[in-house]
Structures are given as C-alpha cells and as structure tokens.
Write a protein that binds this ligand. Structure first.
Ligand code: XBP
Ligand code: MG
Length: 259
C-alpha cells in the first residue's frame, strides 16, 4: 500500500514509450558495424538474446565475448567500442529524425492526461540521452522535452538496469520517494530495476519481452490502450476502466496488488 498521494510517473523509454529495439536500435548497430568495416550482423532473433544486457556499449562487448570468442580484439578495442557506439547513436537518432518510430498505443494519450491532471513526469532509461531527446522531439512533440522534469539516462549511473540506480537517481532529483511514484516498464530487466527501487510498476509487453517473467508487476498489459482499441490484460485488472488511464493509475497506486 502506498501511503502518499500519487505525484509522479516515471517512464522507461525503449520498448515502453516506443518499440525502438527491432527497427531502431538493431539496424543502427548494424549500420555502425558496416561503417567500421565489420561483417557483424545482428538479426532479429540474435538481437533478442543480446537484449539480456542493457546498454549499447555493454551489449557490443557481450556480443564479442560470447559470439566471437576467437575474434582477435584490436589494441584499441575499448576505444573501438566507444566509437562504434557513437556511430550507432548517430544512425539511431537519424532514423528518429526521419519519423520512423511511432509512440506505442496510448502513450501520447496517457502523457497528455497526466499533464492535464498535474502529475509530474520523468524518464528513467538505460539508453543514451541523445536518443531520448530525439524520440521525445520527433515521435512525441517538438516541445515534449519540456514536459519531463528529469531525464535520467545512459551513463549518469554506472550500474545500468536491472540495478535500481537510475530510478533512484531520478527520484532524488525530483525529491520524491518511491511511494509517491509509479513506474512504466516493458522488460524483465526494467521491472527488476523499478521494483528494487521500491516502485509500483505497470508493464506493457512487446514482441521481445512477451515471455519475460513479470512477477512483482502491479499490472501487465499488451499496451496502454486507446479508446478504440482497449489493451489486452495479461496479469492484473483494469478495474472497470476502459484503458490504462489516470483513474486506474490512482487505484493501482493506492492499492497495488502485485502478481
Ligand atoms: C534499453 C537498452 C538500451 C538500448 C540501446 O533498456 O538496453 O541499451 O537498447 O541504447 P531499457 P544505447 O529500456 O531497460 O532502459 O545504445 O544508447 O545504450
Ligand atoms: Mg525498456
């Protein structure tokens, strides 16, 4: 039971605000590998396995260590990873600028409702800050960056999700405690992170995360839902609300029933 009134919503980005991984991050990594003359190609299935590790630089290292054990790392390997990742960020943000990645169903609606009812908003993500800026600006609204009080992203904390640090970092800056907030996630690692930070969490699944273990979520749905297309409930209840709306958030916050 959360004793304090609901004050803020903390959103993950990748997989939660938009389906960014398969057609956004993945091709951007491949474009960077190509640019550097590396014949590495992360297909859709392999990328699903690589998503076990959060953080793009960390993911490249995980791939090299586990899929290319015989590859001779160059002397400048650490720098190569940094440069590859910079190129990947450029390719990714270019894709966003071209408007290639829409928000997931219900995200724009819920964020508008939250703004209209005075809930405070923040981002807590593993991804690079430029990626968040580009997604908010090009997929949400030109001024959407101003709607979020804190953007907690990337390397601001050394321990990425599933560690709770990024959520704690965001709440510290907002001077809020976990029982004043709700988190939105899409993945096992994300849920581990938000729960370890003490946050009641709503999960919306996607193709990569549908089979993850979401024990501890207050609600698991296909998406947030729009008035024409309600969400499919996987665990929990919409409590007589048609979609994941602010009324439901208040109910879940006041009386979270964890799966
Ligand atoms: C997101 C990630 C990120 C992105 C790539 O996880 O794992 O690594 O895939 O971003 P979450 P960068 O949604 O749990 O925060 O390449 O910028 O690291
Ligand atoms: Mg995510």
């Amino acid at each position: 039971m959360n004793q304090s009134p609901l004050t803020a919503l903390l959103f993950d980005v990748d997989g939660t605000l938009a389906d960014t991984e398969k057609d956004g991050h993945r091709p951007a990594f491949n474009a960077a590998f190509n640019e550097f003359g590396l014949d590495w190609n992360w297909d859709v299935e392999l990328y699903g396995k690589l998503l076990d590790v959060t953080g793009g630089k960390e993911r490249i290292r995980y791939f090299v260590d586990n899929w290319l054990p015989d590859w001779q790392k160059p002397a400048h390997y650490d720098d190569l990873v940094v440069q590859l990742h910079k190129a990947k960020t450029r390719h990714y943000t270019e894709r966003l600028q071209q408007g290639q990645i829409p928000l997931r169903p219900g995200v724009a609606r819920l964020i508008n409702e939250a703004r209209n009812t005075g809930l405070r908003l923040a981002i807590a993500t593993t991804t690079t800050p430029e990626n968040v800026t580009a997604l908010l600006q090009y997929s949400m609204a030109p001024d959407a960056l101003d709607w979020f009080e804190v953007i907690a992203a990337g390397d601001v904390v050394p321990a990425k999700k599933p560690a709770p640090d990024i959520y704690r970092w965001a709440m510290e800056r907002m001077q809020l405690t976990p029982d004043q907030c709700l988190a939105f996630e899409d993945s096992f690692n994300g849920l581990q992170s938000s729960r370890a930070a003490g946050l009641t969490t709503i999960v919306t699944i996607n193709d990569y995360t549908a089979l993850h273990d979401f024990t501890g979520a207050a609600l698991v749905t296909s998406d947030l839902g729009d008035l024409t297309t309600p969400p499919r409930v996987i665990t929990g209840s919409l409590q007589n609300e048609p979609v994941v709306n602010i009324a439901l958030l208040h109910k879940l916050h006041a009386n979270p029933i964890f799966s």
